[in-house]
Design a protein around this ligand. Structure first.
Ligand SMILES: Nc1ncnc2c1ncn2[C@@H]1O[C@H](COP(=O)(O)OP(=O)(O)OP(=O)(O)O)[C@@H](O)[C@H]1O
Ligand SMILES: O=P(O)(O)OC[C@H]1O[C@H](OP(=O)(O)OP(=O)(O)O)[C@H](O)[C@@H]1O
Ligand SMILES: [Mg+2]
Length: 282
């Protein structure tokens, strides 16, 4: 039976469970359940802290797991990233009190509070900077005010928490993160069952990032319309009852679809429809 780790709570949990459900896997009945056996798909799910997921997967105890790229990097566990899941996006930044002229060099000799000590230690070592790392479990932004640190290194999503605490980020991002599906590096190749699981998850994630566009196109405008909606391989073009018109169907990136619909409309296409793709395979 394939063994898969899923975040049991926190920022990544809900979206991870949503993708797995859309991929046809069984959900847990009670949020306190730590395991679910999906007999129909021959998969056992383990609901773990996302910070621990890469450790189990790297050790080969579990075949696959969903975690954050930053959490996996900080754990030091060796895992292979199979699918970037398109949610839980963040950067990982140094920050200090606003109004001071911060730069990474100025961290030398300072106290830096963080929940990601290994990520920070590796970055400072690569820069040849010596500083004291204060390891905290969370609410890191308050640590300067409380006098235990001079600067912090933390996850930045919207940036709201930094602003609320009068902190300013500086330096490059140490890790551009999102939720990822990782697999063990113990075996060089994934098993057939792991490959199938990855394909299902990839299919749902890909479906979320694209929409299907259908439209009616005057025959003489087809070449120009195909430039607007080239599809993945090539759009599907079908005859219509009226021989002067063609029906066209193509996948387009979700982020661009409204712009592309405007372009098609201005070109002369009609009855332009966009629909969600729930899942796909390539
Ligand atoms: N705005 C955000 N806040 C927190 N984590 C975020 C945010 N955006 C993305 N993430 C990602 O979520 C993961 C952290 O997951 P975790 O479960 O620890 O979240 P959490 O909500 O901080 O939980 P807890 O605070 O209970 O430990 C990291 O990969 C982080 O990059
Ligand atoms: O840039 P923002 O959108 O404001 O989000 C970033 C904040 O969210 C997370 O904290 P969380 O709520 O998980 O609490 P924690 O610090 O206790 O983990 C993270 O550690 C930052 O503090
Ligand atoms: Mg947190």
């Amino acid at each position: 039976m394939l063994r898969v780790a899923v975040p049991n709570k926190g920022a990544l949990s809900e979206a991870a469970v949503g993708i797995l459900s859309e991929a046809g896997y069984r959900k847990r009945a009670d949020p306190k359940d730590l395991t679910v056996i999906d007999v129909a798909n021959d998969v056992e799910f383990y609901f773990l802290r996302p910070r621990d997921v890469a450790i189990y997967v790297a050790a080969g105890q579990l075949d696959l797991g969903i975690t954050g790229r930053d959490l996996a990097a900080d754990s030091g566990a060796e895992v292979i990233e199979e699918v970037a899941l398109g949610f839980g996006s963040s950067t990982f930044r140094y920050a200090g009190p606003a109004g001071q002229d911060w730069s990474v060099d100025k961290l030398a000799g300072k106290r830096i509070a963080t929940s990601y000590p290994n990520l920070v230690r590796a970055d400072l070592a690569a820069r040849g900077i010596e500083a004291e790392i204060i390891r905290l479990d969370g609410a890191v932004e308050i640590s300067i005010q409380l006098g235990v640190a001079d600067a912090i290194a933390d996850v930045v999503g919207s940036g709201r928490t930094l602003r609320l605490h009068d902190l300013t980020a500086f330096g490059e991002s140490l890790c551009d993160s999102e939720a990822v599906l990782v697999r063990t590096a113990v075996t060089p190749e994934p098993s057939k069952a792991a490959e199938r699981f990855v394909a299902r998850v990839q299919g749902v994630v890909f479906g979320q990032q694209y929409v299907m566009i259908d439209y009616d196109c005057p025959k003489q405008l087809l070449d120009q319309a195909v430039l607007i909606t080239p599809g993945l391989e090539s759009p599907t073009v079908s005859p219509m009852a009226n021989p002067d018109w063609l029906a066209v169907r193509a996948m387009v990136p979700r982020k661009k679809h409204q712009q592309l619909m405007d372009d098609l409309s201005e070109l002369g296409a009609r009855a332009i429809l966009a629909s969600d793709i729930r899942s796909c395979r390539f």
